[in-house]
Design a protein around this ligand. Structure first.
Ligand code: GLN
Ligand code: ZN
Length: 768
């Protein structure tokens, strides 16, 4: 490599954000203890402060120069932003002044025993992180209600660490907001919102901040002119009001493409580029960016867990370093590291090979340090690190563990008919109704029942060897039988076995498929205190043996009522994993679909007449840009059908999705051709059904009537009201009655009355 290091080059490293949950899920424990009254707010705040301090110190030691602050959140940083600007709906009873922890968590979770529900939640771009959707009125006013960014900046200063505060930019904030008002125009609120940001920036400046990171990932979306104008106006106002601060506008998760001209013309000190997913922007950046602009080069992938090919990255960086003022560059991860686990060295149970292929948040910052050293002091200064990275990348590519000839061969034989049911839905419905004989408004649940302390304890005891495998199986059988008996008692129509044997809906299957690896501590925040441990999909996927048939058969043997078989769909298996980067995602997804297809057939053969293939991540897999949607939706729906279409017409295929907006993908949902789809609707008050109605969605739908993510229990009247709304949209023969999602996170004390009320609600609709 011909690059000659410049002696003056210092190359600061800047992180955009790091995981906030703690090495041992510390934040979750602290939150849950506080919520259950086992600890005080002071205890919670102490844990939060410790986690922040640990993160700052760790980054400081790793040589990060721009260390983020205010990337921490007790629940969600978008919610923090709503709170910061005083955008708190009146029903939460806030009357100004400081926002209490009670109000904050009421916004996030609702309040049990009252009518107060949580605010709506949705997925953050194409990640599996969920944020609380800002809710604004057409005549919304704002005020600086929280100075958390200033407080946390000062907290770091007190530890001797100078940080770069992170704010959600005003344009992204408004763009993500929703309103109950039909005439809501977000940009009309900009002039009211900006003074709050100005006031905050002034306080940050007074506190000693020099750089402030303004996250505007909306730049990676399709924008209209109004948004582009709003961006320009925002940064003109902010820079003029507080010219002593240097604003770094960050975009990530994709190329800025046609928004690049807007981004590069913003009157700010710096712009962050996602050079992983947005590498295509680079030539234009170098040609068009004004020379005074500082470029934060997001070179290390913040969305995957694979160790970087550092030599290749050096080659990519070379022309940039040669072209730009050396003191106007920052090396960075592509985005916040919120979306990857913390530290791969904690993974002692992964084999050494696999571990050497991976990099989590800690390793990614180390990779940046190596890159910096190579660039400032020459590659010889880090020859060993570069060689080790090279060797690991080469070893992964060449590993026989990545390839399974039988899988590749079968994939080659797939023909379109494999992805199609034998007859159209109307014929299938008749065959299914004949066989199942269900009443109008059939009731069912989404699959899981409470994963109680007892269930989790048994699972951990069997893994520790305290409980024998046979004892564990007996225990699970008892739980399953109780669940079946109880569902019969409350008179549900289609039963589930309860999923007591499952640790997680993806992990459970991944552990039984080849090509998947699992971490012990690789948790990533999904929302609030809910974290997931995405599996690592590194090799060809094959089913080794039936995965769920024994449990389904056992549950069905206990009752004459139909028991649903329960599978996680191919798209969700893909989206909720860290996926290999050496095959197209569509190919990996087809491999999973074929493995599931065999399972579906085996369930049918075992006498299971209804099989649910969950696809909660279907929408989240959507590319951020519309132009890329069609291709994704086509292969995603095809993969679902590939998994579902090996069965006879009389076998009823269900699917389930949660936290999705359907308006814009309803065509693809219909193309999945599931006989029944259950969806999240209760929080958005059946709003989602508009899409199904105007599309004339042909198959059956179960719009959720019970928001299981809120500790608040719905009454029969609540659910009847929701069902009336649903019936206004759809003919009764098309409607099922079910909760929004699985019940595993709830307690039996909550689930029992809620489902009893739900069955009563369905019966009262039948009587009408
Ligand atoms: N069957 C799964 C469950 O009930 C579905 C979970 C989900 O939609 N995320 O837990
Ligand atoms: Zn769900």
């Amino acid at each position: 490599m011909g690059y000659l290091p410049m002696s003056k080059l210092t190359l600061p490293i800047g992180a955009l954000g790091v995981p906030r949950i703690g090495q041992r899920r510390d934040l979750k424990q602290a939150l849950e203890a506080y919520w259950s009254g086992k600890s005080t707010l002071n205890d919670l705040n102490a844990t939060a402060a410790r986690l922040r301090a640990e993160n700052w110190r760790w980054q400081h030691q790793a040589g990060v120069d721009h260390i983020p602050s205010n990337d921490f959140s007790l629940y969600d940083h978008i919610l923090d932003t709503s709170v910061m600007v005083g955008a708190i709906p009146a029903r939460y009873g806030w009357t100004g002044g400081e926002v209490s922890a009670e109000t904050y968590f009421a916004l996030a979770r609702g309040v049990s025993g009252t009518g107060l529900a949580a605010q709506e939640m949705t997925k953050w771009f194409d990640t599996n992180y969920h944020f609380i959707v800002p809710e604004l009125l057409a005549d919304q006013t704002f005020q600086l209600a929280s100075v958390k960014p200033v407080t946390e900046f000062l907290e770091a200063q007190a530890l001797g660490i100078h940080t770069r505060p992170v704010l959600v930019g005003p344009v992204t904030f408004l763009r993500l907001a929703k309103s109950p008002d039909a005439d809501f125009k977000p940009w009309a609120l900009l002039d009211r919102l900006l003074p709050v940001y100005v006031e905050l920036l002034r306080q940050l400046q007074a506190a000693g901040a020099d750089w402030v990171q303004m996250d505007e990932p909306c730049l990676a979306l399709d924008l209209d002119d109004a948004t582009r104008i709003a961006l320009h106006r925002t940064y003109a106002v902010l820079t003029e009001a507080e010219p002593r601060l240097k604003l770094l506008v960050t975009s990530y998760f994709g190329p800025m493409a046609e928004n690049l001209t807007t981004a590069l013309a913003l009157p700010v000190a710096g712009v962050h580029l996602d050079l992983v997913r947005g590498a295509a922007d680079l030539p234009r950046v170098l040609a068009e960016a004004p020379k005074h602009l500082t470029l934060s080069l997001g070179i290390i992938d913040g969305r995957t867990v694979w160790r970087a090919d550092l030599e290749a990255l050096l080659t990519q960086l070379e022309p940039i370093i040669a072209a730009w003022e050396p003191d106007k560059l920052i090396l960075a991860p592509s985005c916040s590291l919120l979306h990857v686990p913390i530290d791969v060295t904690q993974e002692r149970s992964l084999d050494a090979d696999l571990r050497s292929w991976l990099a989590f948040a800690v390793q990614k910052l180390d990779e940046l340090a190596v890159l910096r050293c190579a660039l400032t002091e020459g590659q010889s200064a880090v020859a060993d690190d570069l060689a080790a990275a090279r060797a690991a990348c080469d070893a992964r590519k060449a590993s026989p563990r990545l390839h399974n000839a039988a899988v590749r061969e079968r994939l080659g034989r797939v023909v379109p008919a494999w992805a199609q049911r034998y007859r159209p839905f109307t014929d299938r419905r008749r065959a299914q109704q004949e066989k199942l004989n269900l009443p109008l408004f059939p009731t069912t649940t989404i699959g899981s029942f409470p994963q109680t302390e007892g269930v989790r304890k048994a699972r951990s005891q069997v893994s520790k060897g305290v409980l024998s495998e046979a004892e564990y199986q007996d225990f699970l059988k008892q739980e399953t039988e109780q669940a079946i008996r109880w569902q019969e008692e409350i008179d549900l129509d289609v039963l589930v076995h309860g999923e007591f044997e499952r640790n997680d809906m993806v992990q459970y299957f991944g552990e039984q498929l080849s090509g998947y690896a699992f971490t012990q501590h690789g948790w990533v925040q999904s929302y609030g205190s809910r974290y997931v441990r995405p599996p690592i999909l590194y090799g060809d996927v094959a089913r080794l043996k039936p995965m769920t048939v024994a449990w389904a058969r056992y549950a069905q043997s206990l009752t004459p009522r139909p028991v649903k078989g329960m599978l996680t769909g191919p798209v969700t298996m893909l989206c909720w994993s860290f996926v290999r980067d050496d095959l197209p995602r569509a190919t990996v997804c087809r491999q999973i679909a074929l493995a599931l297809r065999d399972e579906v057939s085996d369930l049918e053969a075992a006498g299971i007449g209804i099989i649910q293939i969950d696809e909660p991540a279907f929408r989240e897999g959507l590319p951020l840009r519309r132009a890329d949607w069609e291709a994704y939706l086509a292969w995603a729906a095809e993969c679902f059908r590939l998994s579902a279409s090996g069965v006879s017409d009389a076998t009823q295929i269900h699917t389930h999705m949660c936290y999705s907006e359907f308006n814009d993908i309803i065509g693809a949902i219909a193309a999945m051709d599931a006989d029944v789809i259950s969806i999240e609707t209760s929080r958005s008050k059946m709003e989602l059904l508009d899409a199904f109605t105007s599309f004339h969605y042909p198959n059956d739908i179960g719009p959720g009537v019970y928001d299981i993510h809120s500790p608040r229990l719905p009454s029969k009247a609540d659910m009847v009201a929701l069902l009336h709304k649903a019936r206004a949209h759809l003919p009764p023969e098309q409607l099922w009655v079910n909760p929004d999602c699985g019940l595993k996170t709830r307690r039996w004390e909550e689930v029992k009355p809620a489902l009893q009320q739900m069955v009563a609600a369905a019966k009262s609709l039948r009587a009408e």
